[in-house]
Design a protein around this ligand. Structure first.
Ligand SMILES: [Zn+2]
Length: 116
């Protein structure tokens, strides 16, 4: 008989392992060991793909989508804000990622209006 697999448990463990790997990647990036950090990011992504688990939210924007370098502001990434978006430039390959923050601005305006 085939070994019974518990999907939910597998995926929960996969998520925990990914978080651990991202934390390791962060430490390596902090010590400017970029290749080791990249390796951890790759391993985490591979676990995610295998078990169909998303990258944990806190780390979603923490690596380069092109070369998988761990992006640490001022160490391995340049962060600029303006015109309703955050621009993240990877120091390793120069890839640029843009994240909108209009929604946050709108939410802030709305809450301010409510307060008055
Ligand atoms: Zn990159």
């Amino acid at each position: 008989m085939a070994k019974r697999r518990h999907r939910g448990m597998e995926r929960r463990i996969a998520g925990e392992r990914m978080a651990t790997l991202f934390r390791l990647a962060e430490t390596e990036a902090l010590h400017r060991r970029t290749e080791r950090a990249r390796r951890y990011v790759e391993l985490a992504r591979r676990i995610g793909m295998r078990y169909n688990v998303r990258v944990p939210a806190p780390f979603k924007r923490s690596f380069c989508k092109k070369c998988f370098a761990f992006l640490l502001p001022s160490v391995s990434a340049r962060i600029r804000v303006g015109e309703g978006r955050v621009v993240v430039t990877c120091s390793a390959c120069g890839a640029v990622q843009r994240y909108p923050y209009r929604r946050e601005q709108r939410a802030r305006r709305a809450s301010r209006a409510r307060a008055q």
